[in-house]
Design a protein around this ligand. Sequence first.
Ligand code: GLN
Length: 545
Amino acid sequence: MTKYVFTTGGVVSSVGKGVVCASLGMLLEARGLKIAMMKFDPYINVDPGTMNPFEHGEVFVTDDGAETDLDLGHYQRFTNAVLSRKSNATTGGIYNAVIQKERRGEYLGKTVQVIPHITDEIKSRIRMLTADAEENIDVAIIEVGGTVGDIESLPFLEALRQFRLDIGPPNCCFVHVTLVPYIAAAGELKTKPTQHSVRALRDIGIQPNVIVCRTGSMTMGPDQRKKVAMFCDVTDDAIIGAEDISPLYAIPLNFKKQKLDDTVLRLLNIPAPQGDLSGWEAMVERLKGAKREVRIAAVGKYVNHDDAYKSINEAFVHAGIANDCKVKLQWVDSEQFEKGIEPAEALKDFDGIVVGPGFGTRGIEGKIKAVKYSRENKVPYFGICLGMQMAVIELARHKLGLERAHSTEIDPETPDPVICLLSEQRGIKDLGGTMRLGEYRCELQPGTRAHAAYGADVIGERHRHRYEFNNAYLEPLKEKAGLVVSGTHPKGDHDLVEIIEVKDHPWFCASQFHPEFKSTPLYPQPLFRDFVRASLERSKLTGRG
Ligand code: GLN
């Protein structure tokens, strides 16, 4: 039978509930338990796919093609939980389902209301998460986005309160993650906001069993622990101090020291042997011990949000672990290359260049110039999704002489649409959930860099894009531009080009898919790993490494 951990947030948003859930999941898995993970998001968007990643953070894609909240990326990197479209639900998605049922007449005669109809739908999503799992799930960890006290979170919290009664109180526990701020004038960590937020939770009928206190750079002392325990009616051992910890992957080890897993398992009454964390600990030591540094330029539109490319940033951390080096990823604005600044100048101190995913026209010509610079100067190049499309355009323009070659996304009138919409995308009007999404099979060509990186003939990687390589340009690009197609998705009459490389270059590889979504610290993604390795080689050649 599955038991449940529900995680709520208190005092402010962005307290790191996602990492707390992911860390707990990792600790429970280490003890041999099978876990499932899920997040509820209180916004009205049906999914985050249409939201601006520069405001909301990246959109994380699952194998089955769901566009989900970036916290699922943390779950993926810390645990082996299977993530799917069942792992994320929003207020918009819940209401959408209820309204569709209402239209079909499934509530005939009834007034449809938040309680019980919306709360029932929320509860059914929790049950669906584990309903047809291949193996029995021991613990499902369910995170509620937002902060207790928000109007938007109320139906979710009410549903959890009911769920606890439905399955019997010993079968679930509530973890509340709050901020305990340091007030300099008093020279103290203050527990009052946490007390208030627990009071707000109790008003809804939920008593937290564990409180994780985020304390910034301060460490919580025994007095404050006792105070939170007493005022919030929680046992001392269930107060977990969570100061800022770097690297990120050391966070579960801090929780382990405080026996978070023991406390949760005691509350859920699950006996489990102590786990073996030596593999994880060794990974953290390797990460901390890296001495060499490699500098990578991420060329693109300016981003003011660290989380906009969260999975890419983390995949580079993982690639650093695999190469025993620190990867210094630095943002380089591509628009400057459209205003007279030469890539050779701005990029001269970098060992590798990456052009990542993107939408829209801003900074596009600058990205193409950056590709040209890396190709001609033999600087390792890694293109991800839009970064692959830019590489194809660059080759067509500068090696085939098709000066106006472009993607029809950017220039619908281009005479040489080397990147274009496939017929199945042409009739689509709705923008939500209609891209090419999720995992596709990709066959690799022996003798290529991609094949060497993966060490496999067939792989699966996740997609999120609308436009594709135009096969009408395949032969000329291969014959006259040095293009190598190293990965394709077989599709009968027309295979889709998924990975390209160029000849006579130390490392130039670009994928139409998003390899970052599958990278984890224990299993660094092969293309990221080899790109960083090639960049390290270059740093040695140029005397920087
Ligand atoms: N805008 C491009 C497309 O839709 C690339 C998308 C991406 O980089 N994720 O095909």
